[in-house]
Design a binder for this molecule. Structure first.
Ligand code: EPU
Length: 419
């Protein structure tokens, strides 16, 4: 298994470009199923999760090509199989995103039921209940969800809890349903708005995305589209933290800071000087002491759970105690034990991590357990004295495009070790 070797101690400085957002791209790829016309994506990130979604679409009969501008063109006109197999679903829970589109377009879907994962039990009951309300018949058979319908019919759906992919799945299903669908208590993440923009670019009628209520007027067909994947706010946030904890000075291009206010506000409280421009953000931390900042994760516009592990590292290197509360997933502190092996002083009680600031970290061999946990271990390695070897980095490759190249470019001493 490949590993990352990091020799800590270098200040990061310079400019990098933000990649396309994984969590915006995945639902859009699933939404290509809704149209018989080809869809062209610009700025699709080169990530393992995107490859997995390609494999799922490809196994169903989608045609995926790359043009001379390195844009991906996807045609799902000849789909002949409506199944997402367990071998693929078990590597990526977001595979469930093809459910809504398949049922809406082809009247049938067979999707392996995603199990629990390293960050929590992560059920999909909101997706299934909402799809049933739209008129689908749902059966669970031998570890698979089988959903079928003749035609989905719009209705009013109140989600019992906020789910990002749940909202996205049902938006996609409702786009081709008969009549109007009103979704309430939906996720307001920027990626939900991105999906609405993409669906509308194909001719859908979706309004209200980004608020608590989304209204969808069903249409008969969707058309072709050329769409650029917006930048990844979590990737950008991770590099800003890398700059802050190394006392660096970094600019990130190709990012709309408005979708990162919750992260930027906390970074400012930690003492970082942040400048926001039209499509870039700079962070400067030279000669400043990191201040501890309490964090409490929540659905957007709250502080993102996908930045919790990384901010825990920042707090660990700050001048005092802080509390990090995880309110979205029940088990998202797997990184803490590994961080403590590097010299952090973090105690977990329930869904709170009590973090004491320490003056230095020590490099160590550590194991990644999930995507954002891996990011936190790399961040800790950037500040630790000596060598850190991060194992199981397939997790990081799921969601950070060329992370060692980008960090090296900023001055980090980081290398990928072959198998
Ligand atoms: N939940 C249910 N029932 C459901 C769906 C969700 O109880 O049917 C619960 C979950 O167990 C969790 C909470 O609701 O406690 C929120 O989960 P949500 O459904 O919003 O998460 P998700 O849609 O599976 C997406 C991102 C995650 C991100 C979360 C929260 C994608 C592909 N994934 O997951 O991203 O952490 O929203 O913002 O968009 C990551 O990128 O590292 C990642 C895990």
């Amino acid at each position: 298994m490949e590993k990352l070797k990091i020799v800590g101690g270098n200040k990061l400085s310079g400019t990098i470009s933000c990649s396309g957002a994984k969590n915006a791209a995945l639902p859009m790829l699933a939404a290509t199923i809704l149209s018989d016309k080809p869809v062209t994506f610009k700025n699709l990130p080169y990530l393992q999760d995107i490859t997995t979604m390609f494999e799922i679409l490809g196994s169903m009969g989608a045609d995926i090509t790359l043009n001379e501008s390195m844009d991906f063109i996807i045609s799902t006109a000849n789909l002949n199989d409506f199944e997402a197999r367990y071998e693929l679903v078990k590597t990526m829970r977001a595979s469930i995103l093809v459910l809504g589109s398949l049922v809406a377009k082809h009247g049938f879907a067979r999707i392996a039921l995603p199990g629990g994962c390293a960050i929590g039990s992560r059920p999909v009951n909101f997706h299934l209940d909402a799809l049933e309300q739209l008129g689908a018949k749902i059966e669970l058979k031998s570890g698979y969800i089988e959903a079928s319908c003749s035609k989905l019919v719009g209705c009013e759906i109140n989600f019992p809890g906020i789910s990002v992919t749940g909202t996205e799945n049902i938006m996609m299903a409702a786009v081709l349903a008969k009549g109007q669908t009103i979704l309430r208590n939906v996720a307001k993440e920027p990626e939900v708005e991105d999906l609405a923009n993409f669906l509308n670019s194909m001719g859908a009628k979706v309004s209200g995305a980004g608020t608590d209520e989304i209204v969808i007027d069903g249409v008969d067909v969707l058309n072709e589209s050329v769409f650029e994947i917006p930048a990844d706010r979590i990737e950008a946030g991770t590099y800003l933290i890398a700059a802050a904890i190394t006392g660096g000075d970094v600019t990130i291009h190709n990012i709309d800071a408005k979708r990162m206010n919750n992260i930027i506000d906390k970074l400012k409280l930690s003492g970082a000087a942040i400048s926001v421009f039209n499509s870039s953000i700079s962070l400067e931390m030279s000669n400043k002491t990191l201040k501890p900042v309490d964090i409490s994760t929540a659905p957007y516009p709250g502080f993102p759970t996908d930045m919790q592990a990384q901010f825990t590292v920042l707090n660990s290197l700050s001048s005092g105690p802080s509390v990090v509360s995880e309110n979205v997933f029940e088990n998202r502190f797997m990184h803490v034990q590994e961080l403590n092996r590097m010299g952090c002083d973090i105690t977990i009680k329930g869904n709170n991590a009590f973090v004491k600031g320490v003056s230095n970290l020590n490099g160590a061999p550590v194991m990644a357990t999930d995507l954002r946990a891996s990011a936190s271990l790399i961040l800790a390695g950037l500040c630790a004295s000596g060598e850190t070897i991060v194992d199981r980095i397939y997790h990081i490759d799921r969601g950070y495009e060329r992370i060692e190249e980008k960090l090296s470019y900023l001055g980090a001493n980081i290398t990928r070790l072959p198998n």
